[in-house]
Design a protein around this ligand. Structure first.
Ligand code: PLP
Length: 408
């Protein structure tokens, strides 16, 4: 046993040496509501009453702190309790689960939707049953870890990876599969979580339409739009809305823009009906709680209504303000229409120094290095929220200017 512990410790030590150890997690001990023209702050365990500006939350619309979903959750707890006591097909399906699935299907203008305990579980649950030994699966090289592991659980005839967003290479992958397999599955992130850029869905779906008839069971397109749903596109319907193109299955999370927790997939009734009978992460694992389902349904309704539109407008304005400020200060960023704003440092040491500098000024950010991003693509991922105030963004820009002037 000692030997195993020593091997594991040496492995972590190597991570530390390379500067990629995630290390001790920061613990949020309280959330302080926004006041005096500033957005909310968080308190951290061990840091007393020091308020921190959180620039690394996925709650892009600030709905995690909205009173309406909180009230919906409280009412569901009063009615159903805090858990469900069984997986869905035994006796764990409660009315809020069904109501949420209908709401999600409506939101995405699809016949059906089903929920999972998380988007990660949704990806694992969806991919394996749809990939047969006569299927070729084709995946973007920068797809999220859930897709990478989902493909590891599957048994395709052929697995191909194309260069990030490289549609010529995707087309080549498809044509190489002609005559080899009955079914092709193209899988991509919608929004790429480390960069804020998006899959070119118009090109992907036009390849599907062009080559689909060459395969007995056609080409199925699937996106994991966890960072897109609720926040990307004119009304927050995600990459499909932004690209004006529809894929076959959209996977999303309830734990980012919708501010709650859980995952889902939406698409044709035949596909969803099949997945309910075959997705292991759905059949053998508990769903989200009734309270989470009720809160998430409320959030989806909020996004679809005038409050969602107002919050999306604020978010776009703040994101543009931050991007322009960073460009003026000379930082290298990856520009996009998404509130993920990566500041590319390209160097693990500089990345860490910048994150530490910001922390010392009471700003929380996420430094990303290999293996989360490719080597040499180290970045600080900033994430804007509609809950931020313009003064928060100006404060962040002032601190970044200080860092740049110090020549760090
Ligand atoms: C693209 C993508 N898919 C899935 C997930 C996982 O979402 P969840 O927390 O709902 O499992 C993430 C989370 O970071 C993500 O970025």
């Amino acid at each position: 046993m000692n030997t195993l512990h020593q091997v594991l410790a040496a492995d972590l030590e190597e991570h530390r040496r390379q500067g990629i150890l995630k290390g001790q997690e920061r613990v949020i001990s309280a959330i302080v509501p926004g006041k005096d023209g500033l957005g909310p702050r968080v308190l951290l365990a061990g840091q007393g009453q020091t308020p921190y500006l959180r620039m690394n939350s996925n709650s892009y619309l600030g709905l995690d702190q909205h009173p309406a979903p909180a009230k919906a959750a409280e009412e569901a707890v009063a009615r159903y309790g805090v858990g469900h006591g069984a997986v869905r097909f035994i006796s764990g399906t409660m009315q809020p689960h069904i109501d949420l699935e209908s709401e999600l299907a409506r939101f995405h203008e699809r016949p059906a939707a089903m929920i999972f305990s998380s988007a990660y579980a949704a990806v694992l649950g969806v991919l394996a049953p749809l990939i047969t030994p006569e299927t070729a699966v084709i995946s973007d090289e920068l797809n999220h870890n859930s897709i990478i592991n989902g493909l590891r659980l599957a048994t395709p005839a052929v697995k191909k990876i194309y260069g990030h967003l490289d549609m010529a290479e995707l087309e080549k992958c498809i044509t190489e599969c002609q005559g080899q397999v009955r079914r092709v599955l193209i899988v991509s992130d919608g929004i790429f979580s480390m960069r804020g850029d998006h899959a070119p869905l118009a090109a992907i779906t036009s390849l599907r339409d062009r080559y689909g008839q060459d395969f007995a069971e056609g080409i199925l397109t699937i996106i994991d739009d966890s960072h897109g749903v609720g926040v990307f596109g004119a009304t927050g319907r995600g990459c499909e809305e932004f690209c004006r193109s529809r894929v076959d299955l959209v996977i999303g999370t309830l734990g980012k823009a919708f501010g709650v927790n859980g995952g889902y997939v939406t698409g044709a009734a035949e596909l969803i009906g099949y997945l309910r009978e075959s997705a292991a992460c759905y059949i053998y694992s508990n769903p989200i709680t009734p309270a989470e389902a009720a809160a998430a349904r409320c959030s989806v309704e909020l996004v679809a209504g005038p409050e969602g539109a107002a919050r999306l407008g604020t978010l776009r304005r703040l994101t543009r303000h931050l991007e322009q400020g960073l460009i003026e200060l000379g930082f290298q960023i990856i520009e996009s229409d998404h509130p993920i704003v990566p500041v590319v440092t390209g160097d693990t040491g500089r990345n860490r120094r910048l994150a530490d500098f910001l922390f010392a000024k009471n700003i929380l950010v996420t430094p990303l290095s290999y293996p989360v991003v490719p080597r040499g693509a180290d970045e600080i991922r900033l994430q804007v929220s509609a809950a931020h105030a313009q003064q928060d963004i100006d404060f962040l820009l002032d601190v970044l200017q200080e860092f740049a002037e110090a020549g760090s």
